[in-house]
Design a protein around this ligand. Structure first.
Ligand code: GCU
Length: 328
């Protein structure tokens, strides 16, 4: 039998070769995410990669690297801008440090609820912000959901006023520091992947994030008290490096349309996954005995006044956008 097979290979080498060799993609690109492999944003990135591969007939292959394997959010942003990494998804907490006007979309207590935020991002304002990102080196493709952020601490805190003088971790952004300091806490900037160990080694007293991140990164095991204050909703932007844009456009302008269309589809998928993951995280928090403390509307109103200077400090042009958001 074996002699027969060897004979076949010798007689028909091209036949066996064509069966085993797949056509190589023209582009192998990299997509970075700092979340775990099963997190909604990563699953959306994988869908994005599959769709692009399929719709470019295998000409563009996108490899997805989760868990900050290509660096922290801020490091990845630097790489995207110079073309070292092709795609990513950023919390505006990180992204706006690079294009300051984006801070307007993550003002504390800005959106009344998730529906309000989506009316803004799905409408003219969202489109305007994606447009202005184009010149920055990170070309905005679509918006992802990241829910509302609340504070959590190692020891019990009963109200926002009790955060005063506690060391609270914030994203690596001076703007995020200013929000948390305005509430009276001491803001400490730490990359996302180091928050768990910082809580564990008592470097910080608490942090703030949405439910899925709080659970996915294990913070709920070491900081079991959560204040349900929802001080900010921070949307996320999916981007392509402008350098990658130029390269693909030059090869075939139709690639850009395909990428945009796949980005829109995977963002809708992320939004669906997000709702479920918020619910799953909340169930897990309850199961594991996390103590959830509600925050009254009066207290939120009090803090809205306390942080009024953050709104006041914006330019006239930005104030007009804020007004349009509030009226939507
Ligand atoms: C969220 C967001 C991340 C971000 C993190 C943080 O989890 O999705 O992109 O890095 O917040 O607090 O740093």
């Amino acid at each position: 039998m074996i002699y027969f097979l060897i004979l076949l290979v010798l007689l028909f080498p091209s036949c066996t070769k064509s069966e085993s060799v797949e056509e190589k993609p023209d582009f192998i690109l990299r997509y970075a995410d700092n979340q775990t492999a099963d997190y909604p944003t990563t699953k959306a990135a994988i869908l994005f990669s599959d769709l692009v591969y399929e719709r470019t007939d295998g000409k563009i292959k996108i490899l997805v690297y989760p868990e900050a394997k290509l660096g922290s959010e801020n490091e990845v942003l630097e790489q995207v801008v110079i073309g070292g990494i092709d795609f990513s998804r950023f919390s505006l907490g990180a992204f706006a440090d690079y294009i300051k006007t984006f801070e307007v979309l993550e003002l504390p207590f800005l959106y009344r609820d998730a529906e309000h935020m989506w009316r803004v991002l799905d409408g003219e304002i969202g489109k305007y912000f994606l447009d202005i990102s184009k010149s920055s080196g990170a070309f905005g493709l679509s918006w992802f959901d990241a829910g509302a952020r609340s504070f959590y601490t190692r020891n019990k805190v009963n109200s926002l006023s009790e955060l005063s003088n506690l060391r609270i971790r914030v994203q690596e952004s001076d703007y995020m520091s200013s929000i948390v300091s305005a509430l009276g806490a001491i803001a400490i900037q730490i990359p996302y992947s180091d928050v768990y160990s910082s809580l564990q080694t008592l470097k910080i007293d608490g942090a703030e994030n949405n439910f899925p991140s709080y659970v996915a990164m294990g913070h709920s095991e070491v900081a079991m008290y959560m204040l349900l204050d929802e001080h900010v909703r921070i949307p996320e932007i999916q981007v392509m490096s402008s350098k990658t844009y130029e390269k693909l456009y030059e090869a075939n302008p139709a690639y850009i349309d395909i990428i945009k269309e796949c980005a829109t589809e995977c963002a809708l998928y992320e939004r669906e996954l997000w709702k479920q993951s918020e619910q799953d995280a909340l169930n897990k928090m309850k199961e594991n005995g996390v103590v959830l403390t509600p925050v009254s509307n009066e207290e939120k109103e009090y803090y809205k006044k306390k942080i009024a200077n953050i709104y006041e400090s914006r330019s006239e042009e930005e104030k007009a956008i804020i007004k349009a958001i509030q009226e939507l």
